[in-house]
Design a protein around this ligand. Sequence first.
Ligand code: DQA
Length: 139
Amino acid sequence: MKLKIINGPNLNLLGNRETNIYGDISFENYLKQLQEKFKKAEIFYFQSNSEGEIITEIQDSEKDETNGIILNAAAYSHYSIAIRDAIKSISIPVVEVHISNIFSREKFRHKSVISAVCKGIISGFGLISYDLAIQSFIK
Ligand code: DQA
């Protein structure tokens, strides 16, 4: 089982950015914990602050035989029709993840334009949101 975590803009700052909302652990450190916990899966990680690079990574997932994508498109979740179209263009299941509960924050975060084309959405459990998304792929 090959899983790919894709993180969007500003998530490279995890551990330093708004730690009251996003926590104080860097994603690289948390990734090590996930890889240790889910030994059955190969977990790959890609982060970009650029919409186009995220789209290319989503498109390339069929070529590199990824079985499932865990996507935190960050702020792009709220308005990127291009990322939505990229998700629609592939047949690999995508689980949308958010660290914070987007529905309990500012109104502009309540709407995600990608949710409807994702298999499911996990939001509000801190970094554990990623863990739960991985569990959804592992039988
Ligand atoms: C986020 C929520 C988004 O609204 C925000 O723009 C992010 C992170 C989350 O993981 O909680 O950058 O996707």
